[in-house]
Design a protein around this ligand. Sequence first.
Ligand code: TMP
Length: 213
Amino acid sequence: MKNMGRLITFEGGDGCGKSTQLKLTADWLRGQGKDVLETRQPGATPLGVEIRSLLLSGEFVPVPECELLLFLADRAQHVQTVIQPALAKGQWVLCDRYSDSTLAYQLAARGLAEGVDLKPMLAFAEAGCVPEQTFWLDVSAEIALKRVRARTDMGAESTRLDEEALSFHERVHAAFIVICQQYPERMLRIDAGVDIGKIQKNIQNQLEALLLA
Ligand code: TMP
């Protein structure tokens, strides 16, 4: 069955500005008369809130395999109880992170995919729900991490993964470059090193094509 709604995801390293851009994009789409759902992974269902806390609060340090499975568990619950129903209602679903984050953080940066094909597990959690368009907000790991640290100094919540070393965030960034090359039909690199208004205009220009489709 073809979805009536549209699934658009926002991806990138921590501190890339994707959450701000998702919000601005949602407001703009609403201005175009679209019914928009803003959501995120992990943590957008009651069960997902608990999984997010297990994963990111820092109280526990899961082994990489456990970390992967918890992110997939959150996704399965979110897709089937939130995203699919929203798409069936014809909503535009803007999701802050999706499977590309798992590819970049767990399979690549944690090195879990060495010698083993884990992509079928990612597809299993997605339950057939593949994004139509993914915006990868590209900024260097060094700049992004500086933004995260500045936010934390201002009192914002910092997660267990924010605290990873620069080298980990550099591996995540390198992985996004590869993912973007692997899925050119879906994934678009957006220069996130420029000002917020310019980034948003770039995203809107890309979405105009989808609005016409
Ligand atoms: P965020 O919601 O503030 O972006 O934080 C979520 C953190 O979880 C971020 O560091 C990226 C990480 N993450 C993964 O490692 N794998 C995943 O599959 C997802 C969705 C997020």
